[in-house]
Ligand binder design. Structure first.
Ligand code: UT7
Length: 305
């Protein structure tokens, strides 16, 4: 579809595969499947979920919120919920929202979903974006723990820099440029990205936040057991890892398999970490993300099971 090669994509991004949804399959379909899976693993009846925070930039529709569609699909009859839209930082920010509702004592079962169907907004004539993005994501269920040894949230540091908004955006379809013949003809309903600018932001801001977060908790990269970074580009991950001074063995990397699934990368990486047995009870886990906004974030957790 575009002038590129497997060799270029592999060398410049580390990506080998991307998964795309099947015909008629939507973001809420994937979200509901992941949510039910998380509930089943946790032994929680969906009817006992109190809040659903759904991080996505590819909702089924602009309204209603995808969280509402998932609430209905999984039978979470007592839950409220909403969507959170901050692209690749979405899951980490949604996680933080969920954590606050647990820490405040408001809720005991919070479902956090990070999911994107990027194929619905990717321009397959644009080689800056179409070679990176794929569809997918996952869900986690947050619950209060009895003690820190049963797992706990440690700290977070999130920042946005709105001055960089134009470097990664989808111009059409919002109140600035409502859908029209012109926006469609101008391909404005697709993601636009200045790759090198976003790359420079990612390689600086993401490790910066990680280092500052670790430092204020009296920690260094050496204290981290498992690092779960946003999977945007293998070169971005490696540069962050080098800055943090940790071996690659501590880093969860599955970009080769899934590409960049935007809000989906962190829960997908968690899934990889769990299924490969690399995440164990008591591990100190560092999460990092960055993306459109421009936005970035880091969070520390003591893994609980
Ligand atoms: O998660 C959301 C946040 N997004 C990101 O984190 C993405 C960050 N950016 C990137 O990952 C990289 O910038 C890209 C993968 C998008 C592009 O890689 P790059 O190494 O920054 O390439 P570039 O745009 O600087 O282009 C270098 C060369 C150019 O050719 P010339 O001018 O040197 O002859 C491009 O035209 O590579 C060319 N090029 C390609 N060639 C083959 C750019 N894209 C492609 C392509 N296939 N897909």
């Amino acid at each position: 579809m575009v002038e590129t090669s497997d060799q270029w994509i592999t060398e410049r991004t580390g990506i080998k595969n991307r998964f795309l949804v099947g015909p008629g399959e939507t973001c809420s379909d994937l979200g509901a499947r992941a949510a039910l899976d998380a509930c089943q693993k946790a032994g929680v009846d969906p009817a006992d979920i109190e809040l659903i925070v759904f991080a996505t930039i590819t909702p089924d529709m602009m309204l209603p919120a995808t969280a509402c569609l998932v609430q209905h699909k999984i039978g979470a009859t007592r839950a409220w919920g909403f969507d959170l839209s901050i692209a690749c930082s979405g899951f980490l920010y949604a996680l933080q929202v969920g954590v606050q509702f647990i820490l405040s004592g408001c809720h005991k079962n919070v479902l956090v979903i990070g999911m994107d169907v990027m194929s619905s907004i990717v321009d397959y004539q644009d080689r800056q974006t179409c070679i990176i993005f794929g569809d997918g994501g996952g869900a986690v269920l947050l619950q209060p723990s009895e003690s820190a040894s049963d797992g706990c949230f440690v700290d977070y540091l999130h920042e946005v820099d709105g001055s960089g908004g134009d470097f990664l955006c989808m111009p059409g379809g919002g109140s600035a440029h409502p859908a029209s013949k012109e926006t469609v003809e101008g391909r404005q309903h697709f993601v636009k990205q200045d790759g090198p600018v976003v790359f420079r932001f990612a390689t600086k801001r993401m490790p910066d936040l990680c280092v500052r977060l670790l430092e204020r908790n009296g920690l260094t990269g050496k204290d981290v057991d498992v690092f779960v970074p946003h999977q945007a580009n293998l070169r971005i991950i490696k540069s962050a890892v080098e800055r943090l001074g940790m071996p690659m063995e501590k880093v969860i990397v599955n970009i080769e398999e899934y590409g960049n699934t935007t809000a989906g990368t962190l829960p997908l990486a968690l899934s990889t970490a769990l299924s490969s047995g690399r995440l164990k009870k008591g591990d100190l886990v560092l999460f990092a993300a960055m993306g459109a906004g421009l936005s970035a974030g880091a969070a520390l957790m003591r893994w609980g099971y």
